[in-house]
Design a protein. Structure first.
Length: 116
């Protein structure tokens, strides 16, 4: 399976962006999926995840502002980001648990820049 993330860009603080992650293959619905981000000089962190059954989880800093979803018919996962803050600036990656119980398949990143 291959993942492709897109939708990043430059937005002012308080604005919104929606990221998409398109997956190839026919078994997208069987994967747990997640969004990660890596800010300059920082380690990569998980932002949100959605299980193959649709259960979601979020890191505390984005709860109530970011919303993860998936459309299995379109082989696509989304991250709706609202009320963006400068500290949300990072490269965002999508990932899937394809072969193991960890996120082992990654898409290329998409840059989100939030200006103050």
């Amino acid at each position: 399976v291959q993942l492709q993330a897109f939708g990043g860009g430059l937005v002012q603080a308080g604005g919104s962006l929606k990221l998409s992650c398109a997956a190839s293959g026919r078994t997208f619905s069987s994967y747990d999926m997640g969004w990660f981000r890596q800010a300059p000089g920082k380690e990569r962190e998980v932002v949100a995840s959605v299980s193959r059954l649709g259960s979601t989880s979020y890191t505390d800093s984005v709860k109530g502002r970011f919303f993860i979803s998936r459309d299995n018919a379109k082989n696509t996962m989304y991250l709706q980001m609202t009320n963006l803050k400068p500290e949300d600036t990072a490269v965002y990656y999508c990932a899937a648990k394809v072969r193991t119980i960890i996120f082992d398949t990654w898409g290329q990143g998409t840059l989100v820049t939030v200006s103050s």
